[in-house]
Design a protein around this ligand. Structure first.
Ligand code: N01
Length: 533
């Protein structure tokens, strides 16, 4: 017997988007429940608990800003927060907002379909279904894991973990032979951390990465006070920065090409010593816009790798060769230094690809690598995977994933809305900004969507739906900006190229945060992109 509960709204996923949406809906008098597959809140930070997991956005800006009391009631310990601290922050938020009574944990939503006869979403969990007027999947773009398709992997007798499904119990890495597949943000952090404990770490690298140096000092009492005292200007400062991280100003407001090579090199050396993560990308005002300017930085970073890594062959294999910023830059403490350890070795999969998994490990064209543990730091089926898994059917039973043709025909209106899927708002995921700090975007978009609901509610409207014109227009904008940006010039998850056979398409908004706010305002201010009934 299936019980059917009736609500105004269902939210799925207790990350930054889902929590804020639930809060606003409840404050606005809607009956709402947030369903979360995990046993706690946190979203990304609940699932990604691999060794070394940390955020590369300064903690000061990796927070909600909609409430002064909420902001000031939490004190971050360091400049870049660790996974466990962010998880604690999110628990603090839901407790402070008293949201737990509207959250149901251990509840994976299996599917949802729009019932046109009653204008309601029917949302299916394992044992029950819910009818809701509004549906808000806040399931994240990076939640469907990707694991390389290596023949014979099932024969491996050791342990296997994906970074995004890391066990909650401690995994004993001490004295183990560990293979890490992948050198994105998760891989780099895992490699550095596991090397401290493992007998040996073998890194299986497909594409070499630019990894920017960083330090992570504890915040002093003086800094914490300053952060709190500056709250009144915080949101303004965040929204005035191209990536929503105002601790990284443009240091030289002119082209990198306008300095002499000697001066540029001196300046880059200084920044390397300062080790302030993403700050490098804002050294000059055109590093992310002009390929020649970009090359000055990538040349410098390759030189640093050669200087740091003792073994010339390993150094050579670690040299990236693409536009920095075209794929997500990685930030870490002493990554290249890790390759000088006796217990770390590198396999360049471009030279010696995988042949198969074996009982004892992984065989490449060079040899069999014997391992006790394989860590898959191999990323995600970004954007499209979560929508496929969510099984969302709109009018006439059309699956959203079919409408999008698995990504080949991806279309949205402002990332959130789809023609044929009335009263449904995707929070985060496709067509949201690619390179911008997440909490400020979540706040901006959740509030925009909430205001949109209020606007139509006050007019007595029951059903709103994106028009095809609005959808085409937003999608064209995404594609035009994407094509102009470095994101279309480098293979990565930004464009679907990280997974063999995945349709290549720009998955997100490639402009900066200022442009995004302008475009969103233009697209949503008059609500002309919706039909209402
Ligand atoms: O995933 P990724 P991630 N055979 O896709 C390799 C955020 N994040 O989990 O580069 C062999 O970046 C793949 O190789 P290639 C952040 O936005 C933030 O690391 O595609 N290798 C790559 O090296 C980030 O961008 C933080 O050629 C294969 C790696 O696996 C996003 O999450 C921390 C392969 C995947 O890298 C995703 O990061 C962690 C195959 N078949 C994550 N398939 C911080 O804030 C893939 N790879 C610090």
């Amino acid at each position: 017997m299936v019980n059917t509960l009736e609500l105004d709204a269902v939210v799925v996923g207790a990350g930054f988007y889902g929590i804020y949406m639930t809060h606003l809906l409840r404050e606005g008098g809607y009956s709402v429940c947030l369903y979360e597959a995990g046993e706690e809140v946190g979203g990304t930070w609940y699932w990604n608990r691999y060794p070394g997991a940390r955020c590369d956005t300064p903690s000061e800006f990796y927070s909600y800003t909609f409430s002064e009391e909420l902001y000031k009631g939490w004190i971050w310990s360091s400049f870049y927060p660790e996974q466990s601290e962010i998880l604690d922050y999110m628990k603090y938020v839901v407790d402070k907002l008293d949201l737990r009574r509207d959250i149901q944990f251990n509840s994976r939503v299996k599917s949802a379909e729009y019932d046109e006869s009653i204008n309601r979403w029917r949302i299916h969990l394992n044992e029950s279904a819910i009818l809701a007027k509004y549906y808000f999947p806040a399931i994240g773009g990076l939640s469907t894991i990707h694991t390389p398709n290596i023949k014979g992997l099932e024969n491996f007798v050791g342990e296997k973990y994906h970074t995004s499904r890391w066990p909650h119990e401690k995994v004993d890495l001490k004295g183990k032979r560990i293979g890490v597949i992948g050198t994105g943000s998760s891989g780099v952090q895992s490699i550095i951390e596991t090397a401290n404990e493992a007998a040996h770490v073998t890194v299986f690298q497909r594409t070499a990465q630019y990894v920017l140096p960083v330090k992570n000092p504890l915040l002093t009492e003086k800094e914490i006070k300053e952060i709190k005292d500056n709250f009144s200007s915080l949101r303004k400062r965040v929204r005035a920065h191209p990536t929503g991280m105002p601790s990284f100003p443009i240091l030289r407001n002119y082209s990198a090409l306008d300095d002499t090579p000697e001066e540029r090199n001196r300046f880059y050396e200084q920044l390397w010593e300062e080790a302030n993560g993403f700050q490098f990308l804002f050294a000059y005002n055109d590093l992310m816009l002009n390929e020649k300017a970009n090359n000055t930085l990538t040349e410098f970073l390759r030189k640093k790798i050669r200087e740091i890594v003792n073994d010339p062959e390993t150094a050579d294999n670690l040299l990236p060769n693409y536009l920095i910023g075209g794929k997500r830059p990685v930030v870490a403490i002493d990554y290249f230094e890790t390759y000088n350890r006796d217990n770390v070795s590198l396999v360049n999969l471009k030279k010696t690809p995988f042949i198969e998994g074996t009982e004892r490990g992984l065989r490449t064209t060079e040899k069999e690598h014997e391992l006790d543990i394989i860590i898959f730091a191999s990323g995600f089926d970004v954007g499209i995977g979560p929508i496929r898994d969510a099984n969302i059917r709109g009018r006439n039973g059309l699956l959203l994933n079919e409408k999008w043709e698995n990504g080949a025909n991806l279309k949205t209106f402002v990332g959130a809305c789809n023609h044929g899927f009335p009263n449904m708002f995707l929070l985060g995921g496709c067509h949201y900004p690619l390179g911008v700090n997440v909490p400020p975007i979540a706040e901006l978009m959740v509030k925009r969507i909430y205001d949109c609901l209020t606007y139509f509610k006050e007019k007595g409207v029951n059903v709103i739906e994106a028009t095809t014109v609005a959808e085409e227009s937003w999608t064209n904008l995404i594609n035009e900006i994407g094509e102009m940006s470095f994101y279309s010039k480098v293979d990565s998850w930004f464009n679907g190229a990280n997974i063999e056979g995945k349709p290549r398409t720009i998955l997100g908004y490639a402009g900066d945060f200022l442009m995004y706010q302008e475009q969103i305002s233009k697209a949503m201010d008059e609500y002309n992109g919706f039909t209402a009934s």
